[in-house]
Design a protein around this ligand. Structure first.
Ligand code: GLN
Length: 547
């Protein structure tokens, strides 16, 4: 049976709860324990799949096809444990399950209430897979006191009583603001936040305090006294130059020891931190740097492309270079020459996206990369647009476009080189979709296999001809145009195993031009960079040597 660690936050949002949870997961693994991390989000969307990246940042997709919170990406990047559909839940999902059961008559005529029906549903979710790991780390989204979060807090309070004594602990993240005028760190907001938690029946065992300044011993004692925690359980979280330093930093501050003490696990197994020491070494001891442009639509919010940014960092780590990522707004190219904005970059990446806005600009970016022989990686929409670019500018299909854009406007302006998927194979089952289906959860989602052409660049990069990658798309390149495009030099070097869906395209006579229908960034880890990102950054390094 698993021991449970509940991670909550107070004072302000964006304190890095997800990162702290992920780093703690990594530290427990370093001490030989198995872990699983979970996220409970109070919002009412059933999942983040339909939310704009501007609202919520990137949607992280699991192997089993769930569209989840980007914190699950942190969890995977730090622990290497593939997240599952059952590692993420929202109020929306919980309420929708409860209402479904009510309609079915499962509650036998009872009045349905937040306590116990909603809280029971949450508790049931918490127990899934509890026999598989030593520690289950569950992060509650939002901050304590939020109206929407209350059922979750109530559920974890009850849950801790249902478990054997000492098998559940609470870790609370807070902020110690610094008042420059008096040169002091203030503990009052932390005290208030803990009071709020206590008023709903939860007493934290560990306090993680974010602070921009060193926390003096005296303040630590004060927090311990007023918040009713042990002094060693007041753990400092300082700003870091790289998030990948977090496991080492939290270990230095005694977080993992405090957690094991709270569970009274003694003697504590010694940690092996060599993986994280190597990761830190690769980040801080670099030889040179490259600049990579991400040409996208959601450039105002970097979290919208979180995993891509991280995967590029990983690629930098394996090549021992610093990767400077710059965000370029694709819409700028509607009116301006892309060369002006893209010259000087050592590689260009066009990420995934939805809708027509910005696509003409991204097509120009793909053209620029192809013609100037700059390394180009197109991910999902970025691949589809690279194919459209090839169709228009090389194969002579002047009106080539995607059905996605015509569906938006209801006009028929494009020859659909990229079309709406109606049917595909998942495992041994056939999946069918209509254009009029609901938007939520209906894409081709999760892990699918692809077969790579022997001798292709991608087969060489992966070192195999059979791969499995995560997908999240509704549209697909039409094989009708394959022959024509291949004659022009754009090879379809990765296909679905049944040969019907193009998964990868690559230009033959280009230093590095690869488009992938899937999202390789979701599987990259700092200690195991994804081969495509590793090789893409290597190609960028080569370009940088030429200039
Ligand atoms: N909008 C495109 C599709 O649905 C691409 C999706 C993506 O980039 N994730 O196929």
């Amino acid at each position: 049976m698993a021991r449970y660690i509940f991670i909550t936050g107070g004072v302000v949002s964006s304190l890095g709860k997800g990162l702290a949870s992920a780093a703690l997961g990594a530290l427990l693994q370093a001490r030989g324990f198995s872990v699983r991390l979970r996220k409970l989000d109070p919002y009412l969307n059933v999942d983040p799949g339909t939310m704009s990246p501007f609202e919520h940042g990137e949607v992280f997709v699991t192997d089993d096809g769930a569209e989840t919170d980007l914190d699950l990406g942190h969890y995977e990047r730090f622990t290497g444990v593939p997240a599952r559909m059952t590692d993420s839940v929202s109020s929306g999902r919980i309420y929708s399950n409860v209402l479904e059961k009510e309609r079915r008559g499962d509650y036998l005529g009872k009045t349905i209430q937040v306590v116990p029906h909603v809280t029971n549903e949450i508790k049931e979710f918490l127990t899934i897979g509890q026999d598989e790991v030593d520690f289950m780390l569950c992060e509650i989204g939002g901050t304590v006191g939020d109206i929407e979060g209350l059922p979750f807090f109530e559920a974890i309070r009850q849950f801790s009583h249902d478990q054997p004594r000492g098998w559940c602990i609470f870790m609370h993240l807070t902020l110690l603001p610094y008042l420059a005028a008096s040169g002091e760190l203030k503990t009052k907001p932390t005290q208030h936040s803990v009071k709020e938690l206590q008023s709903i029946g939860i007493a934290p065992d560990i306090l993680v305090c974010r602070s921009e300044h060193p926390i003096p011993e005296k303040e630590r004692e004060k927090i311990a006294l007023f918040c009713n925690v042990h002094k060693d359980a007041v753990v400092a979280a300082y700003d870091l130059k790289s998030i990948y330093e977090a496991p080492l930093a939290y270990h230095r501050e005694g977080l993992d020891q405090a957690v094991l003490d709270a569970f009274q696990i003694s003697p504590a197994p010694r940690p092996d931190l060599s993986v994280w020491q190597d990761v830190a070494d690769r980040i801080y001891n670099t030889d040179g740097q490259v600049s990579i442009a991400i040409v996208g639509k959601y450039v105002q919010l970097e979290d919208a492309y979180k995993s891509i940014k991280e995967a590029l960092t990983h690629g930098g780590m394996s090549n021992r270079v610093r990767v400077n990522v710059e965000w370029v707004d694709a819409e700028v190219f509607d009116t301006e020459d892309p060369a002006r904005h893209l010259e000087g970059f050592h590689a260009i990446l066009v990420p995934g996206g939805f809708g027509e806005r910005g696509t003409e600009g991204k097509i120009k970016a793909a053209q620029f990369a192809r013609e100037r022989k700059i390394p180009y990686m197109g991910i999902c929409l970025g691949m589809q647009l690279a194919v459209i670019e090839a169709a228009r500018n090389v194969a002579g299909i002047a009106t080539a476009g995607s059905e996605e854009f015509d569906q938006e406007t209801g006009a028929k302006r494009f020859e659909p080189v990229v079309y709406h998927l109606k049917e595909w194979v998942q495992g041994s089952a056939k999946v069918k979709r209509k254009v009029t289906d609901d938007k939520g959860g209906t894409m081709r989602l999760g892990a699918y296999n692809a077969t790579l052409t022997e001798g292709s660049r991608v087969a060489d990069i992966y070192g195999t001809t059979s791969i499995e990658e995560r997908h999240r798309h509704r549209y697909e390149v039409d094989t009708k145009y394959r022959e024509k495009l291949e004659e022009c030099g754009l090879h379809f070097s990765g296909m679905s195993p049944d040969g019907r869906l193009p998964e990868i395209v690559e230009w033959a006579d280009h230093p590095w031009f690869i488009g992938v229908q899937f999202h390789p960034e979701l599987k990259s880890k700092p200690f195991a960079p994804h081969p495509l990102f590793d090789d893409f950054v290597r190609a960028a390094v080569e370009t940088s040597r030429l200039v």
